[in-house]
Each structure stands twice: as structure tokens, then as C-alpha cells.
Design a protein around this ligand. Structure first.
Ligand code: NAI
Length: 416
């Protein structure tokens, strides 16, 4: 009986101090794991990943042309973070290498910070704290409010916005939200018909939209003028969404009461680089260095989310959650023995160029070899197609050779 590639021969290279949970996951599976605390320069990277089947990186490792070319055995890449700009996604897809990330593992972390900022802004707590650091004891209730009964306006009611909604209501806030698509309101939240309606009615507005052409400059001078006098603005989304000069002006004039800003149009690339911007020095602004999603819990959950996606691809061929190849969720693997034989069914994974006729050639190969197909899934997306077939009984190697010979084939892999 043929077996899959032995698990103890699968090499996983984890860079940039990825959380322990990822290594534990792969080790439990029997894979070989090597761990490195920092990012690698191009030469180190090429050496490290020459024999890797799976590589895990965060945002500092650039996996582009040469580095990818050196990784001849590479099956999959895990970005243990949100962004995937550091990877040449097109080249990876062209080599049949799916890239996975963790877009939602830090949702709760962002939501918690946002709700905390709603309270801190209403209590002017950071201003009082800065004053004390400067030796001043400003014991006063002036401008300080409970959040109970106040109105929170959430712009972008996706994963984070919806979590903020639930947490805020539990503290007695009235919640409005604005989204470009109709969304099911959670609890007693209400979707407004326009952004202006939300801005006019909210004591505090929090932004949870992605960076897109449609959200660039979404909150500028005109929108700020539509907000309640003395209202607050929170941006834990992306720096492109708010016009910071207009915001600074409104804060200086007392048109707005305060702001909490975590993301900026230009962010320093390292700890050594200085941070500058129109909000620096304004006491009523809570500034944080893009850390809304950065918690130990989020890191642990990223390790598990990306680790599991990689495991499911290596073990079962699932590309669900991949950012650069078609997503295929194959049916559960059947560990059964094929009828009348001692052979277990094979799962064939076939990445190919999305050109006409590949599916019929796959079907011809299968029928020429008298193979019984238990299930077959094909998805195409732009340039790339991905087919997963469960076949029985068959000689996996013979079928692989036939599949490899199909014009447009990028890579064929046989499981068990
Ligand atoms: P999501 O994709 O689940 O939700 C985004 C929502 O915004 C969707 O409901 C979408 O329909 C809506 N939307 C898009 N364009 C809009 C517009 N012009 N007006 C109103 N609504 C619009 O995204 P998720 O997970 O909730 O994250 C939101 C953003 O938060 C992310 O795109 C990311 O940029 C940012 N983020 C920031 C972090 C930080 O550390 N500061 C950490 C994690 C995410």
C-alpha cells in the first residue's frame, strides 16, 4: 500500500519569533520544526528555506522572486500576521504555493481597546494623566461623562465593528452603525441610512473600515463639521481614512472634544525612527503606535489560525483562507479501504494554469486508467486553477505522471 509523504520528513521553518503555539501544533503532527527569532536577510533566507516544505513568517521577511525560487520543496507559506504584502503572491501562486494569513485573529483585541478609549475619552483620563506627569493636580469633573446613555457611532460593521457594538451595549451605550452594505444589527444597534446621519447623532464615532479607494479621506473637514460639537473620534482602522490636519484643527478649536488614533498615513518603520504629525502635543488625543490588534492573545490565536490552515493544506489539500490561489474545501477524508482491494483511495491535488480544457484532460487521464472518482472539486480564480480528486482504486504514481503531463500543470501532489 502506498503511503503519503512521511510526516517526520516534512520540514517547517518558522521565522520572526512566531508564537509557540504554532510550533506545538506542527510538532504534535510529527513534522520537523526549526525556529528562528528574527527576520532573515535574503542570503540567510535562501539557505533556511532551501529544504523547507512550509515556511512561517511575519511582516519583516520578504518572500519574493529569488527567495521563493530557492525554496524548491515549498508547499505553502504562512504569514502569521494580517498583511501579505511581504510575499510575492503571484509568483507563489504560479509555483502552486498557497499563502495563508490570519485576518481576524486580533478582532477582539481591537474591539477591547476601542471600548476602553470610548471611556477614557469621555473621562478625559489621558489629559488628566499628562497633567499629573507635568506636576499638575487638576481634580475636576468638568467635561467628564459616564458612557451610559451616550451614543456610539460605528463606521464599518464588520468583524471588529460588530464586536465593538456588543461590548458597548453591555456598558449601556446606544449604538448606531453605518456600513455600505445592509448588515444584521446585533442587540439593539441600528443601521443609519447615511454616514452624515451617524455623524450628527453620535457622541463618539469609531472607524472600522478597510483601506480602500472608497474609504480614503472618508473623514475630512466636512464630515468633522457634521459631528456633534465636543464629540470624539476614534480611528483604529487605517491611517488613510482620516484627514489628520483637519482633525488637529477641529481639536485645537474645541470643535471636537478628543480623539484616539492608532493608525497614521505614514508610520515610522522602526523604533528608532521619530514619530511626527499634526496631532503630536495635543493633550486631548490618545496616540498609540498601531497596537490596537497587538496582544499576546492575538499572537496566540494567529499562531493557531495560520498553523491550522497550513496543516489542513499539507494534510488534506484544503486551500480555504488562502489569499493567492482558488479556495477549495475538499470533503472529509475517507480513511476507508477501496472496495475489493487493500488500497486506500488517493487524493490528488492539481494546480494548473487557468486555460480551457484542463478539466476534460484530467477526466480523460482518470478514465484512461480506469480510476473510480469518489469526489472531484475544481475552482479557478484568475490565472490559477486548483482541482482536488479523491480516486479509488488507483496507482497514485501512475495517475500523478498522467496529471503532470497535462499542459498547463503547475504542480501535482498525491496524498496517501
Ligand atoms: P471587515 O472586513 O470584517 O469589516 C469592514 C467593514 O467595513 C465591512 O462590513 C464593510 O462592508 C465596511 N465598509 C467598507 N467600506 C465602507 C465604507 N466606505 N463605509 C462604511 N463601511 C464600509 O474588517 P474588520 O476585521 O472588522 O477590520 C476593519 C479594519 O480594521 C481592517 O480593514 C483593518 O484595516 C483594521 N485593523 C486595524 C488593526 C490595528 O491594529 N489598528 C488590527 C486589525 C484590523
Amino acid at each position: 500500500m502506498k503511503t503519503s509523504f512521511p510526516k517526520d520528513k516534512i520540514e517547517v521553518v518558522l521565522l520572526e519569533g512566531i508564537h509557540d503555539n504554532a510550533a506545538a501544533l506542527f510538532e504534535r503532527e510529527g513534522f520537523r520544526v526549526s525556529r528562528h527569532s528574527g527576520a532573515a536577510d535574503p542570503a540567510e533566507l535562501a539557505a533556511l528555506i532551501a529544504s523547507a516544505h512550509v515556511i512561517g513568517i511575519r511582516s519583516k521577511t520578504r518572500l519574493v522572486g529569488e527567495a521563493l525560487g530557492a525554496a524548491r520543496r515549498l508547499l505553502a507559506v504562512g504569514c502569521f500576521c494580517i498583511g501579505t504584502n511581504q510575499v510575492d503572491l503571484v509568483s507563489a501562486a504560479g509555483a502552486g504555493v498557497p499563502v495563508f494569513n490570519a485576518p481576524f485573529s486580533n478582532t477582539r483585541s481591537v474591539a477591547e481597546l476601542t471600548v476602553a478609549e470610548v471611556v477614557m475619552l469621555h473621562r478625559r483620563a489621558f489629559e488628566r494623566s499628562s497633567q499629573m506627569h507635568a506636576g499638575r493636580w487638576v481634580k475636576s469633573a468638568s467635561g467628564a461623562h459616564e458612557v451610559r446613555g451616550r451614543t456610539l457611532g460605528i463606521v464599518g460593521y464588520g468583524h471588529i465593528g460588530a464586536q465593538v457594538s456588543v461590548l458597548a451595549e453591555s456598558m449601556g451605550l446606544r449604538v448606531l452603525f453605518y456600513d455600505v452594505i445592509p448588515k444584521l444589527p446585533l442587540g439593539n444597534a441600528r443601521q443609519t441610512g447615511s454616514l452624515d446621519e451617524l455623524l450628527r447623532e453620535s457622541d463618539v464615532v469609531t472607524l472600522h473600515v478597510p483601506a480602500t479607494d472608497g474609504t480614503s479621506g472618508l473623514i475630512g473637514a466636512a464630515e468633522i463639521e457634521n459631528m456633534k460639537p465636543g464629540g470624539h473620534l476614534i480611528n483604529n482602522a487605517r491611517g488613510s481614512v482620516v484627514d489628520l490636519a483637519a482633525l488637529a484643527d477641529a481639536l485645537r478649536r474645541g470643535r471636537l472634544g478628543g480623539a484616539a488614533i492608532d493608525v497614521f498615513p505614514e508610520e515610522p518603520s522602526s523604533r528608532e525612527a521619530a514619530f511626527r504629525g499634526p496631532l503630536v502635543g495635543l493633550e486631548n488625543v490618545i496616540l498609540t503606535p498601531h497596537i490596537a490588534g497587538s496582544t499576546q492573545e492575538a499572537q496566540a490565536s494567529i499562531a493557531e489560525e495560520v498553523g491550522n490552515k497550513l496543516l489542513r493544506f499539507v494534510n488534506a489539500g484544503a486551500t480555504t483562507g488562502a489569499v493567492n490561489v482558488p479556495e477549495v474545501e475538499p470533503p472529509p477524508q475517507r480513511g476507508m479501504v477501496a472496495p475489493g482491494t487493500d488500497e486506500r483511495p488517493h487524493r490528488i491535488l492539481h494546480f494548473h494554469r487557468n486555460v480551457p480544457g484542463v478539466l476534460s484532460k484530467i477526466n480523460n487521464a482518470v478514465s484512461d486508467l480506469g480510476v473510480n472518482v469518489a469526489s472531484q472539486t475544481l475552482r479557478t480564480d484568475g490565472e490559477i486553477g486548483y482541482a482536488v480528486l479523491d480516486v479509488a482504486p488507483s496507482d497514485g504514481e501512475q495517475l500523478r505522471a498522467r496529471m503532470d503531463a497535462i499542459e498547463g500543470t503547475i504542480r501535482t501532489r498525491v496524498l496517501w
